[in-house]
Design a protein around this ligand. Sequence first.
Ligand code: DHB
Length: 523
Amino acid sequence: GAAAVGGVALTAQAEDEKGGASASGALVFDEDAYTTLTTTVTDADGAEREVAYRFYKAVTYVTKPVDKTYQSLNISVPVKIDGKAVEASGAPILFANSVGGYMPSSVAEATGVGGGGMGGGGAPSGAPSASAAPSASSTSGTESGSSAQLSGGKMVSLPQLGLAAGYVVVEPGARGRTLKNSAGEYYGTAPAAIVDLKAAVRYLRANAGRVPGNVDRIFSTGTSAGGALSALLGASGDSPVYEKYLKEIGAADASDAIFATGAWCPISDLEHADGAYEWNWGSNKLSNGEQVDQTVSKQLRSQFTEYQAGLKLRGLNGFGQLTARNYDDYLLKTYLQPAATKYLTDLSESDRETYLKKNTFIDWDGEQATFTWAEFLTHVGARKKDAPAFDLFTLPTDSSDTMAGDINNEFGAGTEQYRHFTLYSLRKDKGASARLASDIPEKLRLMNPMYHLVDKPNSGRSRHWWIRLGSADSDTSLTVSANLAAAARQLGDEVSHLYYWDAGHGANEDAGDFIKWIAKTSG
Ligand code: DHB
């Protein structure tokens, strides 16, 4: 099938002549190293399909792996669907990371498609627990990062949906923040996860024509931290700023650009997330009924005002420049009211009546839902995180609660598990003359898709974006994904961004539509 792939079939010899990491042959994909598996999966329309597929397991994607458990990927290639032969050599590639909580993610032990997950090697689960999900989102929130639903409500696995659609499914592992070597050094903190995902893409591209699927049609997906990394992968394609890190692990000498980006509830723009969080949820109480420190909240909120003004992003639908003053109105009109409208429209008449009786803040004229920002905030209820939400004033002492100080850990380095990444929290902790560690500014750039979309618009970015977020998700500010969408669209990219009404953290409620979007977009 090599010749069918966009006419760019590289022979092993041609690859060798290119030099680079693959000259040794170590990164040459072995087309014969598969087992054939058969499984019954749900397709994008909710039908059961029997799929026979070739499963390539735990393929190490770099020549100098730090930890193969994480720096390897699985590939699933459909060969028969319901007994009918499928030709997937030119099919789109669903590149589905399973990162949650910026934790390590390994696919090395998976026994089939969609088997990736947290940890590996006994690492603790980093996904927020179901009990931590916002309480207002009782109707349709999902908690697990990899869970997805069809619009009818049926639970599905995104990689399996991709397989049932005839796509090649690549599931990469990646290092994560809790990994520590025998010298006590953290080797999975920023930028390890994005460097690994890029290396995995390079592996595929270096093996164009050998690896099944069209490497010029890579669709990346991820949820939460995985959504942030997917967005970053899309925004940063072929950016030179990762070069030295990629060299270090022996990544293939190839492009790491991807065609399209899927990002669900991205926990992104981390150094601005504390301010954005207070702008959004600052007046909401914690689940224990306590109000967060309102002085801190206001100080952070004013940081958001400044940041948002500096972005100079225009809203959709002629909204003009997005600022801290109009963003509530923008979210309401562009995302939240339409989300509620769709939700109510899709309900049966009696369910709609019941919902409206319970939620009298919604004005329903028979066609459209309207409500105020204050009403919306009250409806969502408890905020999930204290202030500041991400860069804690007091760094955790090494604890078993792996989500406490998660982002402080993500910006750890060497033997330091937790470090500050904002001047504000650092100085609250250490005094007014404290300075951020000298490598932090670079690490922040390496981890932030906004750097590649706003600060230094990157021509290697993906041009197609599918961004989704639950309206009751208070893991971060609702502005984070809206800014991401606005930034990509401002550069002229195709952006589909919707909020799922009343859905909590990790929601993916229109997975079938996403699978169809892949076919339409790659066409
Ligand atoms: C995730 C959730 C968070 O609240 C966070 O701070 C980081 C990551 C996650 O679910 O991946």
